[in-house]
Design a protein around this ligand. Structure first.
Ligand SMILES: Cc1ncc(COP(=O)(O)O)c(C=O)c1O
Length: 476
């Protein structure tokens, strides 16, 4: 590992820190996070980690694990939904966690109900499989959606409904308001229409306007809001914005527990969903002989089998942890560091003046988060394979991510892969295609990018080490 020799000493910001503080004075107001990093995340600096994959997964504070372990050691928890004493404790903990989730997102319990799921993907699938699509109905997606949203088109297709995609426009990879409006307007009002979009792109970091929720509602659409990449570093106030369905994964916010997410649904919108099956936990009554079942009302009707009840109390603690820092403080920190990172990435040039880095997505900090997708170029202007960049980053103990990050639409448009390129390549194969076969097929064009994403306890040293690592690609 190179990290020990090259990274600045933990706690001592490298060169440029003063300049950074002048350019981003608000960063100073986030110093509580430096203290927390030393106290709660010391494992990062102890092992020389530069963690820049927060959109992949958040990091947990030590106290969350300790407190939760202590709680578990002192509790006797039974499977919920029975009246025995240990079951009653678990049931109350589940309901307490539900109330805490609503409180965190400032959602009224009269309006919203959180349904616990394994992750954001399962939350999205609950909507996809239960939305009452019929022939002629419309599912409107964005090129910028995660595959866990794109997959809903298969439910839609199976029922004879139509899927449409709103494109994002390079180089910023945003959707123009007027283009979205055209798509929202052009579908017949008589059919049922579901619009699904990400609050923040997990590819480019673009934040799509929350105002679209109201716009879509005014035009009669239901709104599925993928907040998985947004909520770790941004405030989502569900008393101000009223999407019908919101999907989140808690490990992206505070690292632990993995395997717990939620669909936060408007009660009225939940009524509209028709579950395709029943399972343990979801019914009030089911009969084998009468071949009938009755679904439970509200969240319970959507929570298949036994919830991760031993971990839900840790979700409450995780939300408390974020509140103890303040989501706006986390946001300010991430935005300041991302602004500096992008400025300095763009300033990296080879000896002949050619740029080293091409960023996909916005290069200013207006309506964007801390996720940056890019490729590295050599002195002739040829792109360096993203897997090579990842291999070299691994040697620096830098955890970044490469590929298309489960967001093929944004990737295809960013990398200039046309519909024809994709059809020719994908139609040539049989029923299976490996990633390396796809890479060969698209030969000559880049099939992916490098992604770094800043989060909860990112600091100036992380960014400086990353910039020094990228500078190593420089040809003098
Ligand atoms: C925008 C977005 N949506 C959905 C998901 C899926 O989340 P999970 O894998 O936790 O289900 C992710 C994960 O990165 C994401 O970034």
């Amino acid at each position: 590992m190179h990290a020990d020799s090259r990274a600045p000493r933990p706690g001592s910001p490298g060169d440029g820190y003063e300049e950074f503080c002048k350019r981003y004075p608000a960063y100073g107001s986030t110093s509580i996070i430096d203290d927390l990093r030393a106290k709660e995340f010391s494992r990062l600096d102890k092992h020389g980690h530069v963690y820049v994959d927060y959109t992949g997964g958040g990091l947990y504070p030590e106290s969350l694990i300790r407190d939760h372990a202590e709680f578990l050691l002192g509790a006797v928890l039974g499977n919920p939904h029975s009246s025995n004493p240990t079951s009653a404790v678990s049931t109350e903990l589940v309901e307490r966690c539900r109330r805490r989730v609503l409180e965190f997102f400032n959602a009224s319990p009269d309006e919203y109900v959180p349904i616990f799921a394994a992750n954001a993907t399962q939350a999205l699938k609950l909507v996809g499989e239960s939305y009452p699509f019929c022939k002629g109905d419309i599912l409107l997606l964005c090129f910028d959606n995660h595959n866990s949203v794109n997959g809903i088109r298969e439910f839609d297709r199976a029922r004879g409904a139509v899927t449409k995609y709103v494109p994002v426009m390079p180089p910023d990879l945003r959707i123009l308001d007027c283009v979205l409006e055209r798509y929202l307007d052009e579908s017949p009002k008589i059919c049922d229409r579901l619009f699904a979009y990400p609050a923040q792109s997990n590819f480019s970091g673009v934040q799509h306007p929350l105002e679209w929720i109201e716009k879509a509602h005014e035009k009669g659409w239901s709104v599925l809001f993928d907040a998985a990449a947004f909520v770790p570093t941004n405030r989502l106030d569900l008393s101000r914005w009223h999407p019908d369905y919101v999907a989140v994964s808690f490990y992206k916010m505070f690292g632990y527990p993995t395997g717990v997410g939620a669909l936060i649904a408007r009660r009225e919108a939940l009524e509209k969903l028709q579950r395709p099956w029943f399972a343990g936990g979801t019914i009030t009554v089911a009969s084998v002989q009468a071949d009938k079942y009755f679904l439970a009302q509200g969240a319970q009707g959507f929570e298949d089998g036994t919830l991760n009840y031993a971990c839900l109390p840790a979700v409450e603690r995780g939300l408390d942890f974020i509140d103890s820092i303040g989501i706006d403080t986390i946001h300010t920190r991430v935005i300041s560091l991302t602004g500096w990172l992008i400025e300095h990435m763009l300033a990296l040039t080879h000896g002949n003046g050619r740029p080293l880095i091409r960023i996909y997505g916005p290069t200013d900090m207006n309506m964007r988060g801390g996720t940056v997708a890019f490729n590295v170029y050599d002195g002739t202007g040829a792109s360096i394979d993203h897997l090579t960049v990842e291999e070299r980053a691994n040697k620096w103990n830098i955890s970044l991510r490469t590929g298309c990050f489960c967001n093929p639409g944004a990737g295809e448009l960013a990398l200039g892969l046309s519909k024809n390129d994709m059809i020719q390549c994908l139609d040539r194969s049989g029923s299976r295609m490996s990633l390396s076969e796809f890479r060969q097929c698209i030969d000559g064009k880049s099939t992916g990018a490098v992604r770094v994403s800043l989060g909860l306890v990112s600091n100036f040293n992380d960014v400086e080490t990353l910039l020094r690592f990228l500078g190593e690609f420089r040809e003098r």
